[in-house]
Design a protein around this ligand. Structure first.
Ligand SMILES: [Ca+2]
Length: 87
């Protein structure tokens, strides 16, 4: 599922993509699945400056994986939990 699909899915359920703002919320989202799950955080507006999708406010909590965010291939602006890169 792409981020846009996830956003549309949430919208139709009268919800929004989760925006975890602390460790407990992040764990709650992460524990929903073992698969990567989109969260409502991005740096679309300004590279490296992450904001919440719902209101554009500066992200106040992050739990980046090792080496992240790396803007993979110069085109990585959305954020998910449970992402594990195969090495
Ligand atoms: Ca980026």
């Amino acid at each position: 599922m792409t981020y846009v699909q996830a956003e549309a899915y949430c919208f139709h359920g009268n919800a929004k993509v989760a925006e975890p703002k602390n460790h407990a919320q992040n764990n709650a989202v992460s524990n929903l699945s073992n698969e990567p799950l989109w969260i409502g955080v991005n740096d679309i507006g300004h590279e490296g400056y992450f904001t919440y999708a719902s209101n554009g406010a500066k992200m106040t909590y992050a739990n980046w994986g090792l080496g992240q965010p790396d803007n993979f291939e110069g085109n990585q602006d959305r954020v998910c939990v449970n992402w594990v890169r195969e090495l």
